[in-house]
Design a protein around this ligand. Structure first.
Ligand code: MRU
Length: 357
């Protein structure tokens, strides 16, 4: 998608390094950063220079290639794989991508490893783009239906950033929105700010602006009243891990939005590529929920009048705070899962039918 009119992907390999858009600098500065070692890749994931389930998976895949480039030794590659998987605990895509890379690389001659690893990382990215495009086409049908009935702008609420910046291109939750816009359907997006890191305000609103899509940032607590007033036609969110039961783990606050949607009969959709499905874990209580540094709550960064980026403390110095990064929305609150293969019920049966497992 576009930034300042130029097409980008979020990650690519060029001049022997992995290139990323440093998302910690957005929306005020657009900076492309080089990752040259596996530790650079691990740090980029941990510090959230790259974030969003599909993108951290792709970064881990390139991380394996960087490890091979640094030291083509089995022990080193194994240790690097562990570091990548453990960089963030909740999104399943890290495990998925590292497993896929290691499977592909087993039984390959040492001198061919780097080449094959780079090709597989590229393949993971291309596949994600195709999947996200299909999610867009499937989600478009739902938006079209609402538009045909309403004959007026379709108001869609989204949480966090499940946009193209969280994937390689298109996004998951945003792909139906981009497809609707391209097809001439008037859409307006309610963008949850998404405290504490403000991915909604800093990333979703930013990328929608760059594509010319009308959007309004709201605090995370505003969605409820908008739904009561009939000002939300549907919600679409992303996911970091979808269980085979249809339960969905996503950015903290998603659950409360699903409850409000349920109470107000607003359709609540979750958009996901199959790389985000955890087929093993059955009990949502077993999903590791990332707890991040409480500094992310107590401090806030922004631009002052003189265009300097500043970080300031906003809490009482003595106060304790807690920063859980994800929550779980039980399947019963999810209207449907928009996947690359079609829209299915958020249930064991729905997912089994869709993916024939
Ligand atoms: O902590 P983040 O910013 O990585 O959390 C991202 C989300 O919760 C997204 O909704 C999710 O990864 C889906 S991305 C297509």
């Amino acid at each position: 998608m576009r930034i300042a009119g130029k097409e980008y992907r979020t990650i690519w390999y060029e001049d022997d390094v992995v290139k990323i858009i440093d998302q910690t600098k957005l929306p005020h500065n657009f900076i492309i950063k080089d990752l040259e070692t596996v530790d650079h890749a691990v740090n980029a994931i941990k510090s959230m220079e790259v974030r969003g389930a599909p993108l951290i998976g792709a970064t881990a895949a390139y991380g394996i290639a960087l490890a091979i480039k640094e030291n083509n030794d089995l022990k080193f590659i194994k240790k690097s794989s562990e570091k990548l998987v453990n960089a963030r605990p909740t999104a399943i895509n890290l495990q998925w991508a590292v497993h896929r890379m290691n499977n592909k690389l087993s039984f390959i001659k040492s001198e061919e490893l780097l080449d094959i690893a780079l090709k597989e990382a590229e393949e993971i990215c291309n596949e994600d783009i195709n999947f996200c495009e299909n999610i867009g086409l499937e989600g478009l049908k739902i938006i079209e239906k609402i538009y045909k009935q309403k004959k007026n702008t379709v108001n869609i609420l989204t949480h966090c950033n499940a946009g193209w910046l969280a994937t390689i291109n298109w996004g998951t939750a945003t792909s139906p929105i981009y497809h609707a816009h391209k097809n001439g359907i008037p859409v307006h997006i309610w963008v949850d700010e998404t405290r504490p890191r403000n991915q909604g305000a800093n990333l979703t609103s930013y990328e929608l602006n760059e594509e010319g899509i009308p959007n309004t940032i709201i605090t995370d607590n505003t969605g409820g009243i908008l739904m009561q007033r009939g000002e939300v036609d549907m919600c679409i969110v992303g996911t970091d891990r979808t269980l085979s039961t249809g339960d969905v783990c996503n950015k903290i606050g998603t659950y409360l939005k699903a409850l409000a949607a349920h109470d107000n009969n607003v359709p609540f959709y979750v958009a996901l590529p199959s790389s985000t499905i955890d087929w093993e874990t059955k009990d949502y209580k077993k999903i590791p929920i990332e707890e991040r540094n409480s500094d992310e709550l107590s401090h806030i960064e922004g631009k002052d009048d003189k265009n300097n980026i500043k970080k300031v403390l906003i809490y009482p110095e003595k106060s304790k705070s807690m920063n859980l990064a994800f929550d779980i929305t039980p399947a019963k609150y999810v209207t449907g899962l928009i996947t690359e293969k079609g829209v299915c019920e958020a249930s064991a049966n729905g997912l089994k039918q869709m993916f024939k497992r």
